[in-house]
Design a protein around this ligand. Structure first.
Ligand code: HEC
Ligand code: HEC
Length: 330
């Protein structure tokens, strides 16, 4: 009798699992609509120049989308063709940064301005898929989004085909059950004037340079923010060295935080000095020593870095000692 009961349970389990597998296989490839922002590229050289600054410095698009054959230079923040190919290989799957040069067939040449804007602001890809959340740029202002797209359009097209994302089974389950396009969670401004103030620094740290997304503790499964903003403690397994865990430091002025170590000029000098962690390779592909886009951030203007300092300085000190930024994997 016991055997029969257990067998029954087991049978149900298998059916349940198979059902789940079937459900995931059938439903991971969901599509979504998203508003098409009314953004139009411009050919004004000043707008294109602003876009270039966003792409290679403040919003660091180039560190992922820069030509993978010159990946060391991309990590260093150099201005490269945005022909893509860098692979982010994580448990949910392999995500290749696409070619975002204006080539008609292999790049964004056939995308409309609205489609590019929707990808960045609403996380909906051109084909309606929810983009995996690598690009938290929902709150970039209309003017800066216009500038970015204007720069993308102004580049030389490069013909270069890459594989699209390949989900693992875990990734498919995530895509079937939880992955939804990420829309703005608060007001997006039409225009925000860059100035060396804490207020503008807040915009850079949250919405453009993404200091917030990495220097705040998060649940590693859901991505949900669980720590106080800028208190650090988020862990990244090193891509370049499997024995090392990278931990983001607290960026506030508490004795346990980075700002207690630097005055304004010292902080700017530290960001300009760049990373001390060597890049490496994983499965034969180049990978950065740290996920922090040091090269691009180090190319931000003095005024922008000053604004970030003033913003971090204005925060209440957070008492949170996250230990060394490089720790042995437990
Ligand atoms: C951390 C790496 C990273 C950064 C930084 C990054 N991207 Fe991406 N981008 C990706 C990956 C990976 C994909 C593919 C995502 C997917 O298929 O789910 C992608 C997809 C795209 C797409 C294609 C959307 C579609 O419809 O298929 C565009 C356009 C794009 N990125 C533009 C940008 C721009 C502009 C920036 C800077 C403002 C930027 N990206 C910054 C990694 C990055
Ligand atoms: C993609 C994730 C990511 C982003 C974005 C990011 N950081 Fe980091 N940051 C890290 C990690 C991981 C470390 C620890 C490893 C290292 O030093 O690179 C770090 C280290 C640091 C350090 C300490 C360096 C030292 O001397 O030990 C400072 C300061 C810092 N980040 C500031 C910032 C600021 C300011 C921004 C936004 C302009 C920012 N970070 C954006 C991940 C990130």
């Amino acid at each position: 009798v016991l055997k029969k009961v257990l067998g029954g349970f087991f049978g149900l389990g298998v059916v349940g699992v198979l059902g789940f597998v079937g459900f995931v296989q059938m439903s991971y490839d969901r599509t979504f609509d998203g508003p098409m922002p009314d953004i139009k590229a411009s050919d004004d050289p000043a707008v294109i120049e602003r876009g270039k600054y966003m792409v290679f410095a403040a919003a660091h698009c180039g560190t992922c989308h820069g030509d993978v054959d010159q990946h060391e230079k991309a990590i260093a923040g150099e201005e490269l063709p945005l022909s893509g190919g860098f692979v982010i290989d994580i448990p949910p799957g392999k995500f290749t940064a696409p070619n975002i040069t204006p080539d008609e067939e292999t790049g964004i040449g056939s995308f409309t301005d609205g489609e590019i804007a929707r990808a960045l602001r609403y996380g909906v890809g051109r084909d309606g898929r929810a983009l995996f959340p690598f690009m938290p740029f929902q709150h970039i202002s209309d003017d800066d989004l216009t500038a970015i797209i204007s720069y993308l359009r102004a580049q030389e097209p490069v013909k270069r085909e890459h594989p699209r994302r390949e989900f693992s089974f875990i990734g498919k389950a995530v895509a079937a059950l939880v992955l939804e396009p990420e829309a703005p969670s608060r007001e997006v401004h039409e225009s925000i004037t860059p100035e060396p103030t804490a207020e503008y620094g807040r915009h850079l740290a949250y919405d453009v340079a993404n200091c917030y997304g990495c220097h705040t503790d998060r649940d590693l499964m859901s991505g949900e923010f669980i720590g106080e903003p800028f208190g650090g403690g988020l862990k990244f397994p090193s891509e370049a060295d499997p024995t090392v865990m990278l931990v983001t430091p607290n960026l506030t002025k508490h004795a346990t935080g980075m700002l207690s170590r630097y005055d304004e000029d010292g902080f700017i000098a530290r960001l300009r000095a760049g990373t001390t962690i060597a890049n490496g390779t994983k499965n034969g592909l180049p990978v950065p020593g740290t996920p922090m886009p040091w090269g691009a951030i180090g190319k931000m203007t003095d005024d922008d870095l000053r604004a970030i300092y003033l913003f971090l300085e204005s925060l209440d000190p957070i008492d949170k000692d996250n230990g060394a930024t490089q720790q042995p994997v437990e």
